[in-house]
Design a protein around this ligand. Sequence first.
Ligand code: ADP
Ligand code: MG
Ligand code: MG
Length: 503
Amino acid sequence: CDMGGLDNLVANTTYLKAQSLDDKEMRKHKPIPKDFEHICEQQPIGKTCFRQFPLASNPEYLAAAEFLEELNDWNLAEAGAKEKARQNIINKFCKADSKSFLAYLTEDMAEKCKAVSEKDFEEVMMGQVKEATQEFLRGKPFNEYQTSPFFDRFVQWKEFEKQPISDKYFYEFRTLGKGGFGEVKSTGQMYACKKLDKKRLKKKGGEKMALLEKKILEKVNSLFLVNLAYAFDTKTHLCLVMTLMNGGDLKYHIYHTAEHGIEMERIIHYTAQITTGILHLHAMDIAYRDMKPENVLLDSQGQCRLSDLGLAAGTKGYMAPEILKQEPYRMSVDWWALGCSIYEMVAGRLPFRDHKEKVTKEEIVRRTLEDECKFEHKNFDAPSKDIISLFLKKNVEDRLGCKGDPWKHEFFKSINIPRLEAGLIPPPWVPKPNVVYAKDTGDIRDFSEVKGVEFDANDEKFFKEFSTGAVPIPWQQEMIDNGLFDELNDPNRKKLSAGLDDD
Ligand code: ADP
Ligand code: MG
Ligand code: MG
């Protein structure tokens, strides 16, 4: 079955092993160390290698690393377990006679730690003390790490990560039945693959947009955004391999129920996940600009992510007043569109347009600019009405998200935000397996070959710029999840399983 992927895996494994034989050779490849966060926290293999290093050398480093982990556990603990986790942290790290005492803390800070109450624990620990710990790790430990064999390991994996990627790396599982999308399998993970026809792209002049979409996708790393794992090309196509979301989009789920609309518990969960996704984009100075239920996709578990991060110009019915008035705008439009989307999830219609209502663009513009939004549907409750009204403030300065913190709104009071952000809240609804959640419009893809398009040196340059191969964070996660990382990292490694290693 999966021979393409398997052959490739064997080749890659051999490549990695050959490299591990020659340490001196490896040191030449050493990248210039970037920041601590990037090397030791964000990248899964980087984090693991760094985590393995302090164990071998220094109890003080270990205490610092463990403190950060336990602080994270405390942050994610459910209400009932929080107090115990807090006590543990104080006893283990803040008392001078404990062997895990954080000795790098100033006396002042250590005193403060011991004295913290349940109330200001978060402020002190997640603030000052966490910063001091990161500062400490960034210094001597990080420097020593960079001359250790653990870092060499990491550098080796970074080399492996740069391997050229082609369609041979993937096993084509099935077509997803929607224009250009397929489901593919790599070394262990299922992904969605978006294929762009090179000739069609050139004919439409869509190269810049495609490259931009790719560059945005590879920059974002969030549980609530569709993430890019690989970008490569074939003779005929540019391919984006990304998080597989086969549970249907929210527009489908709103209108494929008897009563058009979703239950409130689900709406709150989805809205919280969407909000996390939007905030992630905004933190990177990216405006989403096409927030609407159709672009929110569910995975097979029922968790949702924002998709279609290409540079969109907004969709009729979700456009904020400042767009319609052609004023300069940025992040504010996403909060407006989120208000429209929550409204639609509840009522099965838009605030200023009934479902399938035949109405001119001008009338929608007029209603959006002049009318107050009405809440006639029986499913609106007080918190949902209030949060929608706040997102639909016509004045940007009054709009929730631009003014005030959405998380503080009572609409979200049932949600433990840190747990939600960490992906730990189970979805309220799980898509049925074997159901294809897509409109049955047939495959509207145009298979005809585009004629009269030839590629020149410039096109080849663009294809190369697009085809950067594996994206570090998802690729490293895949190597950990498929077991290859553990298997190759184990110094007592026996033969690789499943005949991968019969040399
Ligand atoms: P376009 O920019 O051409 O509209 P999209 O990125 O919106 O392309 O994708 C088109 C359709 O493909 C979507 O409406 C959705 O149904 C499906 N799709 C998009 N991303 C994924 C994904 N990550 N997993 C599964 N299906 C997807
Ligand atoms: Mg698009
Ligand atoms: Mg789309």
